[in-house]
Design a protein around this ligand. Structure first.
Ligand SMILES: Nc1ncnc2c1ncn2[C@@H]1O[C@H](COP(=O)(O)OP(=O)(O)OP(=O)(O)O)[C@@H](O)[C@H]1O
Length: 258
């Protein structure tokens, strides 16, 4: 039976007096690969920052399971955060540290594993993302796609329940992007983690997401939610159908010179 891992109720987001989105309601269910969609500037990154507790809601609540995150104190929030793995758009690896040291960082910070256990876990996580043998490389010594995968290895170091991605495939070529999609899907299957992501990569949405919301910049409301493939055909909002049908155009050829 599926259960909600994140519940958003009547969420209004604003920067000071500047309203970004109002009355947003949705649930992320366990095992979802959930995508936050919408045109540029609609508030996708802002919503992700709310989910991570980096920005506080103007109104409404964010809950993780039965815990009200919005009202939680620092200790409770920290406990919840330890169940999250986060990869930022830039990757966020520390450039002066090897991949192994980067992946070891959260383990050293938040677990009680011994040094030798940490070495084993790091090797396992790097192998899971296809970076076996790259332990001693610095981030600058590997490709962009490999850096994204290394960041993913670090995000899964503590076996999180929820993985958050901000534009995971930004800046990647289509093949690396596809490989990252496959990896996210595979990790979701093998770890049972739920995945929440912001992405502009429309082909990725159809490849891996089962659930999504669409934030509309004009009305400043979440105007649709559900399975993206279903929404592409059946959304009652033309703007949502158009947004998702662009994906088919992108996926079907490289002929556009835009
Ligand atoms: N710190 C801030 N202070 C004021 N306004 C902000 C701030 N950060 C973002 N905004 C504004 O909030 C709106 C939503 O921004 P956000 O980055 O969340 O959109 P987005 O949907 O992620 O956009 P994109 O797809 O272009 O990355 C934009 O109009 C942006 O200019």
């Amino acid at each position: 039976m599926s259960e909600a891992v994140i519940s958003i109720r009547d969420l209004t987001m604003a920067y000071g007096s500047r309203l970004i989105q109002q009355d947003v309601n949705f649930d992320v269910m366990r095992g979802d690969i959930f995508v936050i969609m919408g045109g540029s500037g609609c508030g996708k990154s802002t919503l992700l920052k709310h989910l991570l507790g980096l920005i506080e809601p103007a109104r409404g609540t964010i809950s993780y399971g039965s815990q009200n995150f919005t009202r939680a104190g620092p200790a409770e929030r920290q406990a919840l955060r330890q169940n999250w793995g986060i990869t930022y758009q830039s990757g966020g690896l520390i450039s002066a540290m090897t991949l192994a040291d980067n992946v070891a960082l959260p383990l050293e910070q938040y677990s009680n594993y011994s040094a030798s256990d940490i070495r084993d876990i790091v090797a396992l996580k790097l192998a899971l993302v296809g970076l076996d043998g790259y332990q001693d490389f610095l981030p600058a010594e590997i490709s962009g796609g490999m850096r994204k995968r290394a960041a993913l290895a670090r995000a899964i170091a503590l076996d999180p329940d929820i993985l958050f991605f901000d534009e995971p495939s930004a800046g990647l070529d289509p093949i690396s992007s596809r490989r990252l999609d496959d990896l996210i899907l595979q990790l979701k299957e093998s770890t049972g983690a739920s995945v929440v992501m912001v992405t502009h990569e429309l082909p990725s949405i159809f490849a891996i997401a089962n659930n999504a919301i669409y934030l509309d910049a004009d009305s400043k409301r979440m105007i649709d939610s559900g399975n993206p493939a279903w929404m592409r055909e059946h959304s009652e909002h033309a703007v949502v159908r158009q947004f998702l049908n662009r994906a088919a155009d992108h996926a079907s050829g490289e002929t556009s010179h835009e």
